[in-house]
Design a protein around this ligand. Structure first.
Ligand code: NA7
Length: 537
């Protein structure tokens, strides 16, 4: 089967759904190809217990439709996974998007035909779509990282992956459970599992910085009041660097930047900060983002704040991170540190006793053997470039995108296109604000820019648009210069933001830290000037 279209969109998550709507509204024939059986993307796959967004629901949602934002009712300040998935299903119905999506269909290859100026998109089932444009909305955290641990397949118990949790759930009551991974996912999951399991072992390779956060149901009438004020809420969001003006995981960083420096704080000031605000107080200083010494001082204070919560001194000490605060995405939690005071929870510090292997009966470290019924892997993602690298993408002269990124690192112009791959747009590609901001706000800007660009080129009879290598190099230089004075690329920071969590991946900070408003201004200026930095053909 071959279908000819104006555009193919890969992925039916937040980005793909909006791209489908936006391009369809502009009169294009469009098809979304989605590997999963439903809409939702990351929010369909990551349905582990405790999964929740770290941005407020009224901001972590589409702003483009007044009807949708008025009709949909959020129940909590920060939405849990089932509610976000229900929201995306609602949007898909409301905008009649499902008829434009083919589900259970994995894209395996995409090849650019230079003569015809079209992309041929091949699926695992043998279908082919031919289109002038491809919009890759394949997600920035959609390819789970298979942990590099010997013997994983030998385990005779149940292995669960947070990024593909069974739809029907898994009852952990009375079981001995091991969780590997203490990033955002592990930190959300661990307190929930601790309440169910007979015994929980937390296998921690790197300790996390995590801040307690209250999530609550909306009070009666509260959501209606917010909705009545939506125009102002969206306007504030639009002007905000991270696309979220209310409380979020990012507000900690923003607040921090405006606080006094820890280096000029007295010991009394520091102790007062943690006495009044706990671990949050330990990190709320203005110099942490740029000064590694200041950051290390804050980490020591953070350790003191943990020790005031976690009763066992050895466990408290093991929970103190060794990488700088803010070089990874800040984590917010509900009762994480308190969980380690439970009798049924044991922290296994892999820095002291690394994992040797998974065995048929559990996990063997250099220290001892842990007998387990269930092992949960919360080991993260091949972020930003993982999804497109899995597809055999071939641009001009048959050049491979996977190879380009392997050789050069995650290069891109504006996070919108990679040089050598005409008419292939990446929503939230590396070098765009995505990871450093509220994804939904960032993707709306991306989808609208891409959609307007395609509509404009079609009107002008332009067949191809392609990032220039020089513009791409300049953009990378710019994004790298922005983070150079910060702790974001510190050698001790192995984060999905910089590729350091994937063995062999070239390290490069993959976000744009200048903020969405400045990014939008630049993108608009580029378009208005006739697409500076792109070659039109
Ligand atoms: P993260 O933040 O990348 O965390 C993955 C965790 O898994 C992290 O603690 C890793 O330790 C650990 N990990 C990975 N491989 C191993 C092995 N082989 N052995 C032991 N531990 C391992 O992913 P998340 O899913 O938690 O969060 C991703 C984003 O999703 C998050 O930032 C939010 O934006 C939503 P390491 O740090 O590498 O030592």
């Amino acid at each position: 089967m071959t279908e000819t279209l104006d555009a193919v969109i890969v992925g039916a998550g937040f980005s793909g759904l909006y791209a489908l709507h936006y391009l369809r509204e502009r009169g294009l024939s469009v098809r979304v190809v989605e590997a999963a059986g439903d809409v939702g993307g990351t929010w369909l796959a990551n349905r582990y217990p405790g999964a929740r967004c770290d941005i407020e629901s009224i901001e972590y949602s589409y702003s483009f439709s007044e009807e949708i934002q008025q009709e949909w009712c959020w129940t909590e300040t920060m939405p849990a996974q089932p509610e976000i998935l229900a929201y995306l299903r609602f949007v898909a119905e409301r905008l009649d998007l499902r008829r434009g999506i083919v589900f259970d269909t994995e894209v395996t290859a995409m090849t650019f035909d230079e003569q015809a100026a079209t992309w041929s998109v091949q699926t695992a089932a043998g279908e082919r779509y031919v289109a002038s444009y491809v919009v890759a909305a394949s997600g920035i955290l959609s390819v789970p990282l298979q942990p590099d641990i010997a013997g994983i397949d030998d385990f005779a118990g149940v292995s669960l992956y947070t990024s593909r949790w069974p739809e029907e759930g898994h009852d952990l009551t009375g079981l001995r459970v091991g969780v590997i991974g203490t990033g955002s996912t592990g930190v959300q999951l661990i307190p929930v599992v601790a309440r169910e399991a007979a015994q929980l072992y937390v296998f921690q390779r790197s300790a996390a910085y995590t801040l307690p956060w209250q999530v609550r149901p909306f009070a009666p009438g509260e959501l209606d009041e917010l909705k009545a004020d939506y125009a102002a809420i969206r306007a504030a969001q639009r002007e905000h660097p991270v696309g979220a003006a209310r409380l979020s995981a990012f507000s900690v960083l923003i607040d921090m930047l405006g606080s006094p420096p820890i280096k000029s704080a007295t010991r009394e000031d520091q102790l007062r900060a943690i006495a009044e605000h706990g671990v949050l107080g330990a990190l709320n200083w203005g110099d942490l983002f740029f000064d590694i010494e200041a950051n290390q001082m804050a980490t020591r204070l953070y350790g003191e704040a943990i020790a005031a919560i976690v009763r066992d001194p050895e466990t408290a000490a093991a929970l103190v991170p060794t990488h700088p605060f803010a070089c990874k995405r800040p984590i917010i939690d509900q009762g994480y540190y308190e969980t380690f005071n439970r009798d049924n929870v044991t922290l296994v510090d892999l820095r002291r006793e690394p994992i040797r292997a998974v065995t048929p009966t559990g996990i063997e470290t250099s220290g001892r053997t842990y007998d387990l019924d269930v092992i949960v892997y919360a080991t993260g993602f091949d972020a930003m470039t993982g999804a497109l690298s899995r597809i055999d993408v071939r641009g001009r002269d048959g050049v491979s995108l996977r190879q380009t990124w392997a050789d050069q690192g995650p290069v891109s112009y504006l996070g919108l296109q990679v040089a050598g791959f005409p008419n292939l747009f990446t929503v939230q590609g590396p070098g765009s604000p995505s990871a450093a901001t509220n994804f939904v706000a960032a993707l709306e800007q991306h989808v609208e820019w891409i959609g307007d660009c395609i509509a404009d080129l079609r009107k002008r009879g332009v067949r191809t648009i392609e990032a220039l290598p020089t513009a791409q190099a300049d953009w990378i230089e710019h994004t790298t210069a922005l983070v150079a004075p910060t702790v974001l690329l510190h050698p001790t920071c192995n984060s999905w933001y910089n590729g350091g969590n994937v063995p062999g991946k070239k390290r490069m900070y993959m976000g744009y830290t200048g903020g969405i408003p400045e990014y939008r201004r630049r993108c608009d200026e580029i378009a208005a000037a006739g697409y500076t930095g792109f070659r039109l053909g």
